[in-house]
Design a protein around this ligand. Structure first.
Ligand code: PSU
Ligand code: MN
Length: 299
């Protein structure tokens, strides 16, 4: 049975600068193949939900300024209007599931944003104060796709993000680690639910969740390779500055994540970019191996 691995496109169009994004998109597909899985990069092309893109389509998503970032709420609009756009973790999971794909590798997931009390970067709904919560989290709660990532960036509220996943029954698995990784850094001080050290162990958890009839996905966290890790104080200084600037400039909604990611690359220079590329490659390798192991126990 062929092992398929989904890859997302928002990290290509909004998470990495051109031209590294296009080179990376191509390299990730090649790494998946070398590691024994068929890559399926996900996007919406002219209103069609696609798993698998042509070289031209990939190039268009990487090089067109202002490509739409499509999250779950945007999908019906994109289909009705025939839009082309990049898919986030949430929409990539959903489209992968529609295509029968059960494993998906990305860089970092979205989560619960930190509350910026000073400026009031809060959303007030019905008199209550609600944090900005990425659609990636409810998607993990309901869509049966395993997501391999390097954790979540410390631009987010990591404890609150893990609390959400706990509430909604999403197992958080450390791949070769006991700690939830923080994207540029290998450690966050926060524990995962279980550590695995082989693709077979990860596949067994994914398959057990399906057999139990429990809805939703599994989050598998592989830390950035040690030689590319950023020192925690350097990463945190850039994150704090980017957050303060977003706050000052009133950046909100779906613009916040791309704004912070781009600003952190500028502030840390090539180092954060190299870390980002290294962890992506690692996640695709690990994801392909898990997809293979899962195909072996389900075929
Ligand atoms: N975190 C990263 N890199 C990324 C993203 C998040 O470290 O590229 C992207 C992913 O596509 C993710 C999206 O699904 O940002 C989350 O956006 P939001 O916070 O608006 O839900
Ligand atoms: Mn949001």
């Amino acid at each position: 049975m062929t092992a398929y691995l989904a890859l997302e496109s928002t990290l290509i169009s909004h998470g990495l600068p051109y031209p590294q994004n296009l080179e990376t998109a191509r390299r990730l597909e090649a790494i998946a193949r070398e590691s024994g899985a068929e890559p399926r990069t996900v996007a919406v092309i002219n209103g069609q939900l696609r798993a698998g893109l042509t070289g031209e389509e990939l190039e268009c998503l990487a090089s067109t300024a202002g490509v739409r970032k499509l999250s779950r709420r945007d999908l019906p609009i994109a289909v009705a209007r025939g839009w082309t756009g990049a898919t986030t973790v949430a929409t990539t999971m959903w489209i992968a599931a529609q295509h029968g794909i059960r494993v998906f590798s990305t860089g970092g997931i979205g989560g619960v944003h930190r509350l910026q009390v000073a400026s009031g970067r809060w959303q007030v709904a019905g008199g209550a104060i609600a944090a900005d919560v990425s659609a990636d989290l409810p998607e993990l709660a309901q869509t049966p796709v395993a997501v391999i990532c390097a954790g979540a960036k410390a631009i987010l509220d990591l404890p609150a993000t893990l609390e959400y996943l706990e509430t909604w029954g999403v197992p958080v698995v450390g791949y070769g680690t006991d700690e939830f990784p923080a994207f540029y850094t290998r450690c966050s001080g926060l524990p995962v639910d279980v550590r695995v050290d082989t693709p077979e162990e990860a596949a067994a958890i994914i398959e057990a969740k399906r057999k139990l009839g429990l809805p939703g996905g599994v989050l598998i966290c592989a830390p950035v390779p040690a030689e590319f890790e950023l020192p925690a104080d350097e990463a945190n200084a850039a994150i704090e500055q980017a957050l303060a600037e977003a706050d000052e400039q009133g950046v909100r909604g779906k613009e916040i994540t791309p704004f912070l990611l781009a600003r952190i690359v500028q502030l840390t220079g090539e180092r954060s970019l190299r870390a980002n590329l290294a962890l992506l490659e690692n996640n695709v390798r690990v994801g392909a191996q898990i997809a293979k192991a899962l195909a072996a126990i389900t075929s």
